[in-house]
Design a protein around this ligand. Structure first.
Ligand code: NAD
Ligand code: UD1
Length: 342
């Protein structure tokens, strides 16, 4: 199929483009590079063994979108979004405009081009503090910040679009906590400035870029008092997108799926797994809870297992080893970011 990948130069998008190229799809990427670099796409093509088409542009720019669709697109995988929770609290309108405005413009362009299949990056953040774990797709939705609200609104808009178009098909993928990197060490997560998320922070402590990890609270009602999440290897996540695309191609309507391993992991367990996988010590201290954090959540991935035939294959050891391999190889692009940020 001819696939348009919005945000394809980003962390999850780049890994998904490699998987799409391997699966034999023709790939067009549209990305405005607001949180990524064009060089990533050279590496994606090297890893995928084939070329892709790149349109540098914003999905809110109708001319750029028209260029992206001009070769004929069968299906869209929509990653392009801003994703920093704290920033979304400070700049909600920017998030509404980029994420929600971008999604509306994208669906209009799809309609104009006759493209009827959409795979969408949602997030477990739409569950807020869940009542019970593991979390199923029918759990109550309780967003707690503007970023989460954009994800929920985008899910609803896509659902309405599908309902109005009997031929349309959408798969809404609620990711739990994507981590790790391509085993080649050529692409990975490339956060700008100080990372918000746990794994990139651990990696930067291991490399000596940060003195120690601050663990946000050890008084949660969890296995060891630290926060519990469902960490998922980004290559497994990328594979799920290829399967979701096949599913969208074979069905109509809108489907929502959790993507996680279904295995809970505390902050301390991840720290120990990283130390064992890499041999790198992770000095850490316990500090106060991070405001807005949830004690624990992990996925019930049974629906994705059943509908897509997808199960996460890679364990914590591989997630840690691959994250470290990417970073210790240079985390290439990330070092450039640091120079630019400072
Ligand atoms: P990322 O920032 O690495 O990738 C997003 C890409 O979209 C970037 O390359 C950025 O330049 C591009 N982009 C943003 N706005 C754009 C616009 N208006 N027009 C064109 N390009 C634009 O983020 P990621 O971690 O790869 O996340 C991808 C998607 O998955 C996002 O929608 C995010 O909300 C969602 N998600 C991510 C996580 C996570 O932990 N990484 C968890 C749940 C959901
Ligand atoms: C964050 C986002 C969420 C997003 C998810 C997946 C927030 C509030 N939420 O959630 O929207 O969907 O990432 O990428 O940002 N931790 C530390 N020290 C650190 C960093 C994190 O102890 O330096 C702890 C946290 O308290 C938490 C766990 O590690 O218990 C995971 O944190 P993080 O990686 O930020 O993910 P989420 O909190 O799940």
């Amino acid at each position: 199929m001819n696939i348009l990948v919005t945000g394809g130069a980003g962390y999850i998008g780049s890994h998904t483009c490699v998987a799409l190229l391997h699966a034999g799809h023709a790939v067009t990427v549209i990305d405005n590079l607001c949180n990524s670099r064009a060089e990533v796409l050279d590496r994606v093509q090297a890893l995928g063994g084939r070329t892709l088409r790149f349109v540098q542009g914003d999905i809110r720019d109708r001319d750029a979108l028209a260029r992206a669709f001009e070769d004929g697109i069968d299906a869209v995988i929509h990653f392009a979004a801003l994703k920093a929770v704290g920033e979304s609290c400070a700049q909600p309108l920017r998030y509404f405009d980029n994420n929600i405005g971008g999604t509306i413009a994208l669906m209009q362009a799809m309609e104009a081009a006759g493209a009827q299949q959409l795979v969408f990056s949602s997030s477990a953040t739409v569950y807020g503090q869940p009542d019970r774990v593991p979390v199923k797709e029918d759990a109550p939705l309780r967003v707690t910040n503007p970023y989460g609200r954009t994800k929920l609104v985008m899910e609803q808009l896509i659902g309405d679009w599908c309902a109005a178009n009997p031929q349309a098909s959408a798969v809404l993928l609620r990711y739990f906590n994507p981590v790790g990197a391509h085993p080649s060490g050529l692409i990975g997560e490339d956060p700008r400035g100080e990372p918000n998320n746990l794994m990139p922070y651990i990696v930067q402590v291991a490399s000596g870029q940060r003195p120690q990890l601050r663990i946000f609270g050890n008084d949660y009602p969890t296995v060891d008092g630290t926060g519990v999440r469902d960490y998922l290897h980004v290559v497994d996540l990328a594979d799920a997108h290829v399967k979701a695309l096949d599913y969208a191609n074979a069905h109509t309507g809108c489907e929502t799926l959790n993507l996680g391993t279904g295995k809970p992991c505390s902050v301390l367990e991840l720290v120990h797994a990283f130390e064992q996988a890499t041999g790198q010590p992770i000095p850490h201290e316990i500090v106060a809870r991070r405001p807005g954090d949830v004690a624990e959540y992990w996925a019930d991935p049974a629906r994705a297992n059943a509908l897509l035939g997808w199960t996460a294959q890679r364990d914590l050891t591989q997630m840690c080893a691959d994250a470290w391999h990417w970073w210790s190889q240079g985390g290439g692009l990330a070092k450039n970011n640091k120079e630019q940020d400072s």
